[in-house]
Design a protein around this ligand. Structure first.
Ligand code: PLP
Length: 464
């Protein structure tokens, strides 16, 4: 038998050796990782994390877009502890329920704004964004079966979208690197181009004109497939993992016109964008469209414990409930009492500290001002923010928008300089992106800006 492992007694090198011997990480080249060793994160507070060598790092990615309320929230730990002592688990399959899940479903129904009288009165719980999007596929197809239109199977998504890593989630996503492994996408999922103005606009085309043109790629696709075969369109309000792609103002209203015209379901994947990230509880409110299903996860608990789900609008819920009988779908942890209790306490914090409001009216606009200044940096072709997500695109030639050769990996170079200076910033190709905790102060935005500027300068130096 192997000797028992006592993590607190292990040095960084020992942890790294055990890590590379046993832990298969998500989205990781293990040979590459083994050669240099994983960074071991030991603790966190506010907007900072520390590694096992004592280095303090400003976490401008909120973990993985999830720690919206910031680190070190003792009350979330206290709530989890109390709930574990009272009822650590019970399932919600066999006509049973539990108080935290009931309260959270009701709270989310209350928080989700109705648009034109379309309400979200029901919630289906899971443990992640990926599972929730699998639920969406099952639900959308079940809806159309019950509506007597079983031929409506196709779900349209977008290139470079990220909707998770399960078979359905990765298929809904539009990441070619993911599709290249494991025969994806699964049948009846197809993609249109993303509304990425900087890369796809014609010379001289306005943002508004491009937004309309990009939305009409959906109509072209619906007509190509046959509207009678299309079940749903799924999209992130702002594409996150694809590089913080913010659609022009004309995009979402035109998408709404198109889904209404053909009667297809609209799924808003708000795994990143909900819970204050864009300055609202839910992002569809910001853009004014009317989804039928809304995917959530991550910040519903500020990442303190896994929880995800789908807000189910009345259009779908009424059919499932009135005509559907048993819906043969669910997860062991659907409505997990501890996760739901933590979510309730997290929503309390967000409400008490008005986190969505401060992003909308205070720190969000300030972040936009700060990012505007990066436009004058010689490496930066464009800088954009939307609430508390932001992106910088690094280019070889600002005037012509010429990109760097892919194999120079300039984004990764810049990311390494960020880490070197104590900043987590993510690189998606040559787009440098952030999604900081919503608690970040103006002074901390300034502190982050200094670190970003330093990383940009060092990247420029390395390229010369
Ligand atoms: N949908 C979106 C928009 C996401 O950004 C993510 C994760 O980043 C997911 C779904 C998948 O969520 P999870 O990793 O919790 O399965």
């Amino acid at each position: 038998m192997n000797a028992p492992v006592h993590p607190h007694a292990l040095s960084t090198a020992e942890l790294q050796a055990l890590d590379s011997a046993h832990f298969l990480h998500p989205f990781t080249d293990h040979k590459g990782l083994a050669a240099k060793g994983a960074r071991v994160i030991t603790h966190a507070d506010d907007i900072y994390v520390w590694d096992s060598e004592g280095k303090k790092i400003l976490d401008a990615m909120s973990g993985l877009w999830c720690v919206n309320a910031g680190y070190g929230r003792k009350e979330l730990a206290d709530v989890a502890h109390a709930q574990m002592m009272k009822l650590p688990f019970y399932n919600s399959f066999f006509q049973t329920t539990n108080e935290p899940a009931v309260r959270l479903a009701a709270r989310l129904a209350e928080l989700a704004p109705a648009v034109d009288g379309r309400r979200f009165q029901h919630v289906f719980f899971s443990s992640s964004g990926s599972e929730s999007n699998d639920t969406n596929v099952r639900m959308a197809r079940r809806y159309w079966d019950l509506m007597g239109q079983p031929q409506r199977k196709v779900i349209i998504s977008r290139h470079n979208a990220y909707h998770g890593s399960t078979m359905a989630g990765a298929s809904l996503g539009g990441m070619s690197a993911m599709h290249a492994q494991g025969d994806l996408p699964i049948p009846n999922i197809t993609h249109i181009q993303q509304p990425y103005y900087y890369e796809l606009a014609e010379p001289g085309e306005s943002q508004d004109a491009f937004g309309l043109r990009a939305a009409r790629w959906l109509e072209d696709k619906i007509l190509e497939i046959g509207p009678e075969k299309v079940a749903a369109f799924i999209a992130e309000p702002v594409q996150g993992a694809g590089g913080v792609i913010i659609p022009p103002a004309t995009y979402w209203p035109e998408i709404q016109r198109i889904v209404d015209k053909y009667g297809i379901l609209l799924i808003s994947d708000e795994v990143i964008c909900a819970f204050g990230r864009l300055g609202h509880w839910f992002a569809y409110e910001k853009f004014g469209y009317k989804p039928d299903l809304v995917t959530f996860a991550k910040a519903v608990t500020s990442g303190y414990i896994p929880l995800g789900g789908v807000l189910v609008g009345d259009r779908v819920a009424q059919v499932l409930i009135d005509k559907g009988g048993e819906f043969n779908h669910g997860y062991t942890y659907s409505g997990h009492p501890v996760a739901c209790a933590v979510a309730l306490a997290n929503l309390d914090i967000m409400e008490r500290e008005n986190l969505p409001g401060r992003v909308r009216d205070d720190v969000g606009p300030y972040l936009a001002e700060v990012f505007e200044q990066f436009k004058s940096h010689p490496l930066v072709g464009d800088a954009e923010t939307c609430g508390f997500v932001a992106g910088l695109v690094l280019v070889q030639d600002k005037a012509t928008r010429k990109a760097f050769p892919e194999d120079w990996a300039v984004g990764m170079m810049c990311r390494a300089h960020c880490f070197g200076n104590g900043l987590v910033m993510r690189a998606v190709g040559d787009r440098m992106i952030i999604a900081p905790p919503l608690t970040m102060t103006r002074a901390q935005i300034d502190e982050m800006a200094v670190l970003i500027k330093k990383a940009l300068d060092l990247t420029l130096q390395e390229l010369q």
